[in-house]
Design a protein around this ligand. Structure first.
Ligand code: UDP
Ligand code: MG
Length: 160
């Protein structure tokens, strides 16, 4: 077997291992600047823990312009990108890692649709979001992004 094939095999094994060890019981959230400004931190955390999520990392922090541009890079061609970066950097946020079985999907259900006008009754966005642009909370959309976003905001020793 040539050196090239050995590396292909190692990479395949590594990729398979990564996929098979990807956690499915954690997600990442931010209580966005509007939630903090309006004094909703306590009420929203109550909803989150009341729904069975355990907080395994949490802090009050503020994103820089470059942080927000990196975090939301997937949206950088969208017309709302400039406003999104301005909104997300204008004040402190609460960043947190949450643990629960089926965390990503269950948390997306708990927060509701991106546009609060479309969000189901009782969801966090229905209760606390003002508009599509200022929609109170973030929730990761996949296990892989949950991991990437958690590592973006927290060092390993800050996640319990
Ligand atoms: N957003 C916006 N206008 C839009 C779509 C999204 O201002 O038309 C903002 C909104 O704050 C949203 C964020 O960009 O939460 C990321 O958009 P995404 O489609 O990923 O929505 P989410 O995953 O947060 O529900
Ligand atoms: Mg999203």
């Amino acid at each position: 077997m040539g050196l090239h094939l050995i590396f292909v095999n190692l990479n395949t094994t590594f990729a398979a291992k990564l996929t098979s060890t990807m956690r499915t019981d954690r997600t990442f959230t931010m209580l966005k600047p509007d939630s903090v400004e309006k004094g909703y931190i306590g009420a929203i955390l109550e909803k989150i823990t009341g729904a069975g999520f355990k907080i395994v990392a949490m802090k009050l922090t503020q994103m820089t312009q470059s942080d927000a541009e990196t975090f939301y890079a997937v949206h950088n061609e969208r017309p709302f990108f400039g406003e999104l970066v301005e909104y997300m950097t204008r004040g402190p946020i609460v960043a947190a890692v949450l643990e629960k079985e089926n965390a990503v999907q269950d948390f997306r259900t708990l927060i509701g649709a991106t546009n609060p006008a479309d969000a189901a009754e009782g969801t966090i966005r229905k209760m606390y979001a003002a508009s599509m642009g200022e929609n109170a909370v973030h929730g990761s959309d996949s296990d892989e992004n949950a991991e990437i976003e958690s590592q973006f905001h927290f060092a390993g020793r800050e996640i319990f």
